[in-house]
Design a protein around this ligand. Structure first.
Ligand code: ATP
Length: 549
């Protein structure tokens, strides 16, 4: 541990104690050394006794800076772990932070470009357009085509800060795991590990640019989502350059209404876009928040979204998608037994799970949802409640599904905010039904054959050789099976012979012992015992030594 990391550790502990976070751990599970450590830091008092737990945690994270703020934001999406009150508090964390010196930004941009900023850009604005926890955004004009662009550049030393903070966080998480026990529902080490993966992805802007290019291509002619053009030749790990957009933030309802945006279409498009990304493209934007979603100013009667910040994208395997779609359909059919089975079949919960108990638990949470009209049921909430229930049955966390559930909740919430009468079921159902019909039945079979045709076309020339190899293997297999059988029979015969001799020896020794009591048969007794001993020796020697086949 370096001096600076010790200082940082002290700063984190002091902040945590100032906000009384130690008091949030139930006293009956805190070990003696933890209480001793707390007493030895007696001069640091809880200064926020008047506030509730969730708020204290939020304020502590706010004070600890960007890495903790982002961590809190991520934690707020883990509604399968936190109760709603805490999750809502943490969701309020804002990561708009003071900008860093634009001279430093220019130095970093030039280091990435390998040349002066004037080589590529005119009108570089030293005043940043936005400044967030990981990066800062500046505007400029591209010399080559005169178009307005933005330059997104990482904060200086952000990688080192993130690494140091994550290291400390995982040490604290491991310690908490010891206190809480490994079977605890909160699983701090797992949560920190999840966060590490997410934030490490965000530290590589080149990856973000590549994701943006892929998403842009998926929706190029869609008329419902626009992703700004990336100037790939000017995209690096610490700097990316992209087309500047001039949309309206999706949270700015006043501006959206003022330009006469058709909010019904906009709300429906949000849900459709989500399902298209998940079920058609298997590549979905998983960092949806108002700072990343804008609405076009053009043709407001037929509005489209503009998406930014493709740092966190989600993908699902075909199996995950199938189980997910089946889950929703089983839910709407109130088939709770099927839901329980699906969780086991998919491997999300262990095969030893008590299906009846799980089914009952699923029923308890799902049934009340049908008190609402069908069109008001949120897919995100269904998923959230199912995950919460499955957690009680030791569901292994599936990060891709957590991302999906979080995005779905956000999209549905947004849709309802834009257009409160949004019929979620009618909007989402066609996507699920289409997906299911592609997976099962003749259509499913045809698409599977179509999908796997290139593979088989590639393998076809090798087929005769494969058949020959398999036949040969089969022949060898039969031969080795026969050899094993022969060996088994010989072993059995040997064992029988040995047992027979040992039993005979035992009988002779017993007879010899009986004859030994009568003087007249003394010689017969000696003979019997001697023969028994010799036969025992032969039987013992002849027993099979290696019983392996
Ligand atoms: N292409 C663009 N055109 C116009 N404004 C942009 C563009 N890209 C980013 N911005 C502005 O900069 C802000 C921050 O951008 P972005 O979300 O990509 O940064 P970030 O550091 O990843 O932030 P966070 O991780 O908090 O979402 C956006 O909310 C938007 O206002």
């Amino acid at each position: 541990m370096t001096v600076s990391s010790i200082k940082r550790a002290y700063q984190v502990i002091r902040t945590a104690l100032h906000y009384g976070l130690d008091e949030l751990i139930p006293s009956k599970i805190t070990p003696w050394y933890f209480r001793l450590l707390r007493c030895s830091l007696f001069w640091i008092r809880n200064k926020h006794k008047d506030k509730v737990g969730g708020e204290r945690l939020k304020l502590a994270m706010q004070e600890l800076g960007p890495v903790y703020i982002k961590f809190g934001q991520m934690l707020s999406t883990r509604r399968d772990l936190l109760n709603d009150e805490w999750a809502e508090e943490l969701a309020m964390l804002q990561d708009r932070v003071p900008p860093f010196d634009s001279e430093v930004a220019i130095e970093m941009i030039e280091a990435e470009l390998g040349t002066s900023i004037d080589t590529y850009f005119d009108d570089f604005d030293r005043v940043p357009l936005a400044s967030a926890s990981i990066s800062q955004v500046h505007t400029a004009t591209l010399k080559s085509n005169g178009k307005a662009v933005v330059l997104k550049v990482l904060r200086p030393n952000v990688e080192a800060q993130v690494n140091a903070d994550i290291l400390l966080m995982s040490q604290v998480a491991n310690f908490m795991e010891t206190i809480l026990g490994h079977g605890n529902r909160l699983r701090p080490a797992e949560v920190v590990e999840d966060y590490r993966t997410t934030i490490e992805g965000e530290l590589n802007l080149k990856l973000e640019a590549l994701n943006a290019v892929k998403l842009r291509n998926n929706f190029l002619d869609s008329g419902s989502l626009y992703i700004p053009y990336m100037y790939e030749e000017l995209c690096f790990t610490r700097l990316i350059v992209m087309e500047r957009i001039y949309g309206i933030s999706v949270s700015d309802m006043a501006a959206l209404k003022a330009q006469g945006t058709n909010l019904k279409i906009l709300a429906e498009r949000g849900v459709e876009l989500f399902f298209t990304q998940v079920f058609r493209d298997n590549f979905f934007h998983a960092d949806m928040h108002p700072g990343n979603i804008f609405v076009s100013r053009e043709h407001p009667e037929d509005p489209h979204y503009i998406g930014l910040d493709c740092g966190i994208m989600g993908t699902l395997t075909d199996e995950d998608k199938r189980y997910l779609a089946e889950n929703f359909l089983a839910f709407f059919n109130r088939d709770y037994h099927r839901i329980a089975q699906l969780y086991i079949e998919s491997g999300w919960v262990s095969p030893d799970t008590d299906v009846a108990a799980f089914e009952q638990a699923v029923k308890v949470v799902c049934e009340p949802m049908f008190n609402k009209p069908l069109d008001e049921i949120s897919f995100g909430h269904v998923l959230l409640e199912l995950f919460r229930t499955a957690r009680r049955f030791d569901m292994v966390v599936q990060p891709q599904l957590v991302l999906l559930e979080k995005t779905l909740l956000y999209i549905e919430g947004l849709g309802r905010q834009l257009y409160p009468q949004l019929d979620l079921w009618q909007t989402a159902k066609p996507f699920l039904e289409e997906w299911m019909s592609q997976q099962v039945g003749p259509k499913g079979m045809a698409s599977k054959i179509k999908k796997e045709f290139p593979y088989w076309a590639d393998k076809l020339p090798e087929l005769p050789e494969l058949v020959y190899d398999n036949l040969k293997m089969g022949k060898n297999f039969v031969k080795s099976q026969n050899q094993m059988l022969d060996r088994y029979i010989k072993l059995q015969q040997k064992a029988h012979k040995s047992n027979y001799l040992l039993i005979t020896a035992a009988i002779l020794v017993i007879c010899g012992t009986i004859l030994f009591n009568q003087d007249s048969t003394l010689w017969a007794s000696y003979g019997s015992i001697a023969a028994g001993t010799v036969i025992w020796f032969i039987g013992w020697r002849s027993r099979p030594k290696n019983r392996k086949l």
